[in-house]
Write a protein that binds this ligand. Structure first.
Ligand code: C2E
Ligand code: MG
Ligand code: MG
Length: 774
């Protein structure tokens, strides 16, 4: 980049000096800056000096042809045109003499004419490189430009010679060849200008300006000659030299790949595109106006009329193009099968709505996924499936407002975007839509029932961008799907309060954490309340986050759930815990407890994975206890029970965690195969002060024992609580009073210390012997 900049600067300074020289010489030579007298000087100037810049510019053009591959023909033609003109100039001076009074040379005229023709070619080829594809409207613009400028040229440049005013002499058409070539050149330039539009293409602007100088100088020269007022070597010659300088500068600055003309989209109807054709139409109208009062060649009037007609055709074509453009745009935003909006249209609308959403005017997105659609497709065929999808839209539409956007995202997935709608209303609407879809459909003369899972997310909170809105609605939809249909609303994580973007990032980082060994387990010992023995250790997951430090489960479990990572997370924790247990098992046969989540209890592979992990670490099944909270089983009780039964068959112990916080039901306990009941902290915390709490614990202990379950008291923070719990019959205690959860190495040390009774001083007061219930 830097290099290119430097080479560009070098290139510019290498052309600046010669150009400056040419300009100075031109000023001096043309008499503008003082021209020496004498025939010898005149000849040297007219034949050599005047043509030298032409040849230098031709050289620059040929160099550009070598450098710029895409415009080789254009630059070579321009170089050739300048060379032909220089030869024509020299021949003319040689034949007519320096004072220009000698005979005119047909050969010189031929060269000059050839120079012009090749110049047209150069201009036309140059535009081909810039316009890869011509639309009908571009042709029309070119035609308007050509006709309008021709009409004005014929009327105002040639007209005065063909229809001279009183006292002036008419000039024959043959003698007008020079001005005619100029009018044609102007027409070509205007045609090109109409096609390109007014745009900053430096190369082309310089060339066009140069050619305009040539035309103006030619026309002025012709006028002076007709009036016999021409003096050789005057300032007029600066016009041609200016063209040569501009052509050389353009050639020196020419670069590969000129930016192609973009006439699509927004710039399509812009003034830049219409400026030149409009000017040409106005010029035609002025020709027609002037024709009323002044005699004028009939052809200029016809050209003007043709230009105006082309302008009218252009309007018609524009109208058609705009209509076609709108139609394509509409089609690209519509779902072909259902005629509803498609994903693109939804995203466009979502972008707008999210940008204008505020706390006082939130918006919601519902993602709907049909349950059982695949079965319809498989059993009744794709035609029936399509038919079903087509019936969904009209059914939902009835329940929506006109400003709500209903879209089909693909397959059997639909979306509803609800501007001005908060979470509560969105949830109510989702329930209504669900009811509508649960009504039977008639497809291929069969009455069908399909289910639907609906995920909801809202903006500006928790989602702040369209991506977050879509993603969180998607996560919510999958949660709903896992729960076998229904509606799920995505809510921000209440514990961490992590905002949408942060939570999404956490979910992504968690994937890395799982593969990069960033997860560890802390161990918290459990102590038998009868004898003070260490009877277990609970493994509690922690995340060594690369930037946020050590994170507790509360900061990672919700993200893991939303990202659908609970299964791999538990697999990792089981693996880590058994690896840890394998280190202490030979000396201390203390089982390790691992927490399961709902996603694990429905994982039919879990028993196999557990068995394999136990084998890998050389541990018996009783070395592992799996904890689950009561409502874990609610999503799919049958499947959960069967997974738990398989685990117990292996010999793994199971434990009901946080007992007393969920919908604890005795019937439920009767059917749940378990070995242990863990009393939640909320039930155990006050036992030493609140007799009612003590009574609940006492009865729960009795119930657990009668069901053959051992009872663990959680969250034991003080010696006093511990003592009361022991007296009430609790078997095991776990809590800060015994030890905080600790890293594995610390725990191994703690175990050794506990074994050698080094801890007796702290642990013994916890037992019933050391405490007083009052
Ligand atoms: P939990 O299974 O009930 O684990 C006990 C929680 O109580 C732990 O919090 C522990 O640090 C805390 N605790 C222990 N003793 C005391 C005490 O005396 N007082 C108080 N106030 N708290 C005490 P932690 O480690 O933050 O874990 C919170 C919850 O996260 C756990 O509750 C468990 O449900 C879940 N969890 C932990 N690790 C895992 C895991 O690997 N997988 C799954 N699915 N859940 C896990
Ligand atoms: Mg637990
Ligand atoms: Mg617990």
């Amino acid at each position: 980049m830097e290099q290119r900049k430097q080479s560009g600067t070098a290139q510019r300074s290498s052309v600046r000096l010669p150009l400056l020289t040419i300009v100075l010489v031109a000023f001096f030579a043309t008499g503008t800056g003082g021209r020496p007298d004498g025939a010898a000087w005149d000849r040297a100037y007219d034949v050599v000096l005047f043509n030298l810049p032409y040849l230098a510019a031709a050289g620059a053009c040929f160099a550009a042809a070598v450098r710029v591959r895409s415009e080789r023909v254009a630059w070579s033609s321009l170089g050739l045109s300048l060379t032909l003109s220089a030869i024509g100039n020299a021949l003319r001076v040689l034949a007519a003499g320096v004072d220009g009074n000698g005979p005119s040379s047909p050969l010189a005229d031929l060269f000059a004419l050839a120079g012009y023709l090749v110049m047209y070619l150069a201009v036309i080829v140059m535009i081909r490189a810039r316009v890869p594809r011509f639309h009908p409207s571009m042709w029309l613009d070119g035609i308007i430009g050509a006709l309008g400028s021709l009409s004005a040229g014929v009327a105002f440049v040639l007209g005065p010679y063909l229809y001279p005013g009183p006292g002036q002499q008419a000039v024959g058409l043959i003698e007008l060849v020079g001005p005619i070539t100029d009018v044609l050149l102007l027409a070509v330039l205007m045609a090109v200008g109409s096609i390109l539009g007014v745009r900053l293409d430096r190369t082309f602007l310089m060339l066009a300006a140069g050619l305009c100088f040539v035309c103006a100088s030619d026309i002025a020269l012709f006028a002076l000659k007709v009036q016999d007022r021409y003096v050789d070597g005057g300032p007029l010659e600066l016009g041609w030299l200016a063209c040569v300088v501009l052509a050389a500068t353009a050639a020196a600055g020419a670069r590969n790949r000129p930016a192609p003309v973009d006439r699509s989209g927004g710039s399509r109807i812009g003034w830049r595109l219409l400026a030149v054709p409009l000017v040409c139409i106005v010029a035609s109208l002025s020709v027609l106006g002037a024709g009323w009062t002044h005699p004028m060649p009939a052809v200029s009037a016809w050209l003007a009329i043709a230009c105006v007609l082309a302008g009218i055709a252009r309007i018609a074509v524009t109208f058609r193009e705009v209509r076609g453009f709108n139609q394509v745009k509409e089609e690209s935003r519509t779902d072909e099968l259902t005629g509803l909006a498609n994903r693109r249209a939804l995203l466009e609308q979502a972008q707008r709505i999210v940008a204008s959403a505020s706390a006082s005017r939130p918006a919601a997105l519902l993602l709907l996924d049909l349950d059982g659609f695949k079965e319809v497709n498989d059993s009744l065929g794709h035609g029936a499936g399509d038919d079903l999808l087509r019936q969904v839209g009209p059914r939902l539409r009835n329940a929506l407002r006109s400003e709500d956007v209903l879209a089909r995202l693909g397959g059997d997935e639909f979306a509803v975007l609800l501007p001005g709608t908060g979470g509560v209303e969105a949830q109510a609407l989702a329930e209504r839509l669900r009811e509508l879809l649960l009504q039977p459909f008639t497809v291929a003369e069969v009455r069908l029932h399909v289910g639907v899972s609906i995920g909801i997310s809202t903006t500006p909170a928790p989602a702040t961008t369209v991506e977050e809105l879509l993603h969180s609605a998607d996560v919510a939809m999958y949660t709903a799907k896992r729960a076998r249909g229904g509606v799920h609303i995505h809510v921000p994580d209440p514990v961490t309060g992590v905002a949408g973007g942060g939570r999404l990032r956490t979910m992504e980082e968690l994937r890395t954490a799982l593969t990069d060994d960033q997860l560890v387990v802390f161990m918290q010992p459990q102590m038998g309340l009868r004898d003070g023995d260490v009877v277990g250790a609970e493994a509690l997951v922690r995340w060594h986050h690369p930037t946020r430090g050590l994170l507790p489960p509360a900061d990672l479990l919700p993200a893991a759930e939303q990202a659908g990572l609970l299964r791999p997370l538990t697999d990792t924790v089981i693996e880590l815990s058994l690896a840890a247990a394998a280190r202490w098992w030979p000396d201390h046969q203390v089982p390790v407890s691992v927490n399961l989540s709902a996603a694990n209890v429905t994982d039919l592979d879990l028993p196999d994975k557990v068995a394999a992990s136990l084998r890998r670490h050389g541990l018996p099944a009783r070395a592992l206890t799996l904890e689950l909270v009561e409502d874990t089983l609610m999503a799919d009780p049958d499947r959960g029970r069967s997974v738990l039964a398989d685990l117990r068959r292996l010999g793994v112990r199971t434990s009901i965690d946080d007992y007393g916080t969920g919908y604890s039901s005795l019937a439920y306990l009767r059917h749940l195969p378990a070995d242990e009941l863990k009393l939640d902290r909320t039930l155990t915390a006050d036992v030493d002060r609140d007799p009612r709490a003590a009574a609940i614990v006492e009865h729960t202990v009795a119930l657990a024992h009668s069901l053959g379950l051992s009872l663990v008291a959680e969250g034991v923070e003080t010696a006093a609580t511990s003592a009361v719990l022991a007296r009430l019959g609790c078997d095991v205690a776990q809590g800060y009073a015994i030890a905080h959860p600790m890293p594995l190495d610390d725990f191994l040390g703690w175990l050794v210390a506990a074994d050698s009774a080094l801890l007796d001083e702290t642990l013994l007061p916890l037992l019933s012997r050391g405490g007083d219930p009052a």
